[in-house]
Ligand binder design. Sequence first.
Ligand code: KG4
Ligand code: ZN
Length: 412
Amino acid sequence: MMFPAQLKVLRKTLHCRNIVCCLPVLNKNSYSRLVLGIETSCDDTGAAVLDETGKILGESLHSQTEVHLRTGGIIPPVAQQLHRENIERVVQEALGRSNVHPSQLSAVATTVKPGMALSLGIGLEFSQRFVRQHNKPFIPIHHMEAHALTVRMLHPVAFPFLVLLVSGGHSLLAVARGVDDFLLLGQSLDVAPGDALDKVARRLSLTKHPQCSTLSGGQAIELLAKDGDRMKFPLTTPMGKSNDCCFSFSGLRNQITMIIIKKEAEEGIEEGTLLSCVNDIAAATQHTVATHLAKRTHRAILFCKANNLLPSNNPTLVVSGGVASNQYIRKALSLITEREGLGMLCPPAKFCTDNGVMIAWNGVERLREGIGILSPNVDVYYEPKAPLGVDMTEEVRAAGIKLPRVKLEIPS
Ligand code: KG4
Ligand code: ZN
């Protein structure tokens, strides 16, 4: 037997939904280094094989976006069924394209938290069967940790750095101090920015727009905003009075819905018909989301400076998650980082949205550090809700940092 010999005496405890299990951890230098990563936490079935340097040997991705656009949003059992139908093929494709046999893998890394329960379950069930069949170590992955670390596959960014993660399921600001060491400075109090953009896009019926029929809500808003005038619909930036780094997007969504209802009445059209002013509404929406993200990030930077949480040499803001592929939002954030003397790094769009590569890379990072590597026969449970790191949101609020006035003039 290969694994008992490699098991460290060290045992870590993992809290999974009130169950506390004792987990053996494998020795960090006892095998060669190719990692298969598997992602199914939301609506993308992704797999990739990476070597230890971050070279992508092969990858495969099945996106469910078009199906969910047709059904008007993600229906969890539908997402689950699509993951079930595709996971075997996606993993085989990634292995085939990399010319790697399962026996050559050093470990399998899979997203187990946070995410949609039914979706996480498919990836986890598949992975546990796979690692047992091939007798391989298993590395459970936190989806947001993976988004935060992806950048290190492409640039040599040293810890600590500030990270803004903005996706369909999350928005958070954190200081990344190590592979599994994060200080959470702020997060969304209600919905995520991607979710708000998706719902605004749906309320505007953008799938009926000839240029947007296959685009996600966020992509459609970005495209239409290019030809829009944001000044036609001045919106209130959320949480103007609270001096913390948390986010809120549901009030903004309501403001926009009220505008849409008013314009439909003015134009004499029913819900489900395209308004003539979709570009202007898209531009106003995108600008307000960008402004909100920029202001919270600005406060996070000032908090980090006041508490020496970032290096004085080359401090960096990393921005990732699906919404980070938005160029206008990137520009807004870069105005803040330039002003405050930080560098800004964003992975290319295809690595900002969910994929198997980022999960495999997180597996490589954990393998290198010898963190959270489990024997194949350990039972692992998925966790739909899972915070990232140590919660500092109260400390940030207590600091009550006021922002200087910054005018965000962003060419669209
Ligand atoms: O990270 P991701 O692929 O999945 C989650 O973990 O949620 O992010 C998907 C989200 C969707 O809400 C989508 O509308 C948004 O990212 N998104 C964008 C853009 N591309 C994708 N939002 C704004 N601008 C974009 N270009
Ligand atoms: Zn994601």
